[in-house]
Design a protein around this ligand. Structure first.
Ligand SMILES: *Cc1c(COP(=O)(O)O)cnc(C)c1O
Length: 243
């Protein structure tokens, strides 16, 4: 395929690699994931630009992330506020248009730091957190993209609102708390068919009147795109296995 270096979301580098080059680097793997996104989107008549690839860099050091930034990628995901605070302020200074997404749970005592650093939060699931985020965005004059996490598998150990409460919670966030909710997020149970959860989340989002769908990880992002994912969160397929 035609490739070459291009700053932007798609086709940043030739995914076929150049002769003798290493194929096993985050930048090469990112290009391969990007190709798969483009194909999965095309299969269902969607444009690749309608999917945001969040490169999940949790547990990886700034040194591992830097080449991916240099290749032009700008959306990254972290699941811990403290870890993100240690890495991202410096990287964001170097690459100011970077967008860092919080994909893990947020405690209310970390809200100030989280709102100051992140550009999106995918894990809103309690009124208390929603209010704290709203207050802090007003105080800091910042607007983040917000997703409601839904516990589609109704798993005890997993965060998220129960599906039956989702519509009411979205309405509460929008009408009572004044938040602009972008969409819904889910993490399907590991032992279940993800497609069922993706289809369910898509239907639920439509019922809630929101369009964003944050779903799909390394093992199932193509499936998620077929079911309408607007944001896929891909870690190990880009950065390698986490230690
Ligand atoms: C770690 C993580 C991911 C990425 O998982 P991979 O399987 O490595 O792609 C996606 N979403 C959330 C919420 C995560 O915590």
């Amino acid at each position: 395929m035609a490739g070459g270096v291009k700053v932007g979301r798609r086709r940043m580098i030739d995914s076929n690699g150049t002769p003798g080059s290493e194929t096993n680097t985050p930048v090469r793997r990112l290009a391969a994931v990007d190709e798969k996104i483009t194909e999965a989107a095309r299969d269902v008549g969607r444009s690749a630009d309608s999917v945001t690839l969040i490169a999940v860099s949790k547990t990886f050091a700034a040194d591992d992330i830097l080449p991916v930034l240099e290749a032009g990628h700008r959306d990254f995901g972290e699941n811990r506020v403290q870890e993100a605070l240690a890495k991202w302020p410096a990287l964001k200074t170097q690459f100011p248009d970077t967008r860092v997404h919080l994909i893990g749970p947020l405690q209310s005592n970390k809200t100030k730091d989280a709102v100051g650093l992140f550009d999106a939060i995918h894990s809103i699931h309690r009124p208390k957190i929603a209010r704290a985020v709203a207050d802090e965005m007003a105080r800091q004059g910042r607007t983040l993209e917000l997703f409601i996490q839904v516990n589609t598998g109704e798993e005890e150990q997993k965060a998220g609102v129960m599906p039956r409460d989702a519509q009411r919670f979205v309405a509460e966030c929008q009408q009572d708390i004044g938040l602009n909710i972008q969409g819904l997020m889910c993490i399907p149970p590991t032992d279940e068919e993800p497609a069922v959860h993706f289809a369910f989340l898509a239907k639920l989002a439509s019922d809630c009147g929101v369009s964003g769908l944050s779903m799909g990880m390394s093992g199932d992002f193509e499936t998620a795109i077929r079911f309408g994912a607007s944001h896929v969160r891909v870690g190990s397929a880009i950065f390698g296995e986490r230690g």
